[in-house]
Design a protein around this ligand. Structure first.
Ligand code: S3P
Length: 171
């Protein structure tokens, strides 16, 4: 595979679960951007936000993307805010196909409500906040995507086969 599959979308749209599953079924390497950042920084995403702020996190995110995009043949699960910077989208498009996963705010809430790992949602864990932030980001997600898959009420297997069918159509 001479490209990377870049999974993007709001927090809780299933990027991590789907990329793990896709990596198993397609037998290709998976990189989770958040996990990559945590490993390289030696501290949690919460700690990066707390100690150095969001801007520093976003700069680290770009630096990681530069490294990740140096090789192809992988599935990359991108952080929910990664496409907000033009520079990051350019990096993704250089050698990647961008797959957007979507979900309704209620679905996202159900999936993330017990997690404390997302600084943007800590203290804002409710459908209204999720809905408002999603509305702000939605057009951006849609305009950069090559493929769009709705994930509500679908199993990871169903989502993976939809992604594969759509990727095949693109080649
Ligand atoms: C963020 C999403 C998170 C993580 C960070 C910021 C965002 O990733 O990168 O907490 O701004 O949407 P996930 O989408 O994998 O939860």
């Amino acid at each position: 595979m001479n490209y990377n599959i870049m999974l993007i979308g709001f927090m809780g749209t299933g990027k991590t679960t789907v990329s793990r599953k896709l990596s198993e079924t397609m037998n290709i390497k998976e990189v989770d951007m958040d996990a990559y950042i945590v490993e390289h920084e030696g501290r949690s995403i919460n700690d990066i936000f707390k100690d150095d702020g969001e801007e520093t996190f976003r700069n680290i995110e770009t630096a990681c993307l530069v490294e990740i995009q140096k090789t192809t043949g992988k599935i990359v699960s991108c952080g929910g805010g990664a496409v907000l910077k033009d520079e990051n989208v350019e990096l993704m498009k250089q050698n990647g196909k961008i797959v957007l996963l979507t979900a309704k705010p209620e679905t996202v809430y159900k999936r993330v409500k017990n997690s404390k790992d997302r600084p943007i949602l800590n203290g804002n864990m409710n459908v209204e906040f999720i809905s408002e932030l999603m509305a702000k980001r939605d057009s951006r997600y849609h305009e950069v995507a090559d493929i769009i898959i709705a994930t509500d009420d679908k199993s990871p297997d169903e989502i993976c086969s939809e992604i594969k069918i759509n990727l095949d159509k693109m080649v």
